[in-house]
Design a protein around this ligand. Sequence first.
Ligand code: CUA
Length: 309
Amino acid sequence: MGDNGSVWLPDAMSTLAGEVDALFWFVFWASTIIFAMVIVAKVYFMVKFRRTDETYVPEPVEESKVLEAVWIVLPTILTLIVFTWGFEVFVKLNTAPPDSYEISVRAQQWSWEFQYQEGAVSYTEMYVPVGRPVKLVMNSSDVLHSFFVPDFRIKHDVIPNRYTSVWFEATQAGEYDIYCTEYCGTQHSGMMAKVVAVPQDEFNKWIAEQSQDLPPAELGLQVYAQCQACHSVDGSAGIGPTLAGLYGTTRPLADGSTVVADEDYLLESIVNPMAKIAEGYQPVMPAMFSSTLSPKQLDGLVAYIKTLE
Ligand code: CUA
């Protein structure tokens, strides 16, 4: 919660967030006022027309055409206001300005991958320039996910075999949470990342640094962001075995045999997770996990795991 958030809504940090909020508050206050009117009238009638005499039989009530017309016409007008207003904001939220900076977003169980036009790739943080529209073109490698940035008031499904897109323009530098908001399996709640909004020149600098060739283990550390939901590097058990101190040891497998965790075993466990299941763990690693990784990234990952003690 930052400077302009409240108990009701988080910070409004994109150019369209204010418009979404205005519509929200209009619906909220219209509902509240109508609710209050209904309750006040109800209590008034309860008191005024309460039964005071057991033998009393009320006169039949004549219908009032005027009253009926009013309660048909007024709600219709109100509904049409909300519809046209909502449609207008919906269209804006779905039409990225033509000069948008484009980022490819790939979702998979249970991480996000952000690919930039210049070739850079990031995982736990999506860097964007402040004050410039950013269009996300999104796709999923496995199941349904949903990309949600509360501070920007944007949320959109990420679907396998189909591109979806959403856009925003950050109004201030800062870090904003990204959530997956479509249940996608065990680590759904851990499928988080951050938008890091920085001034354009800082963004350019970051992009330039990213595109340089990294040493294999550093590249591997970057890629590891996709594994961290299930595999720790501090020795603690997760959905999968920890990667700490793994390299070079003899590993018991679920079928009772053992294997030495050399480079071949590490690589095989990444590209073909079902081949050898570690003892005490379920065969739940997505088979498609490595489908988006390049040979260089796979080598980097193996190199990184070897550095973990
Ligand atoms: Cu991805 Cu929930």
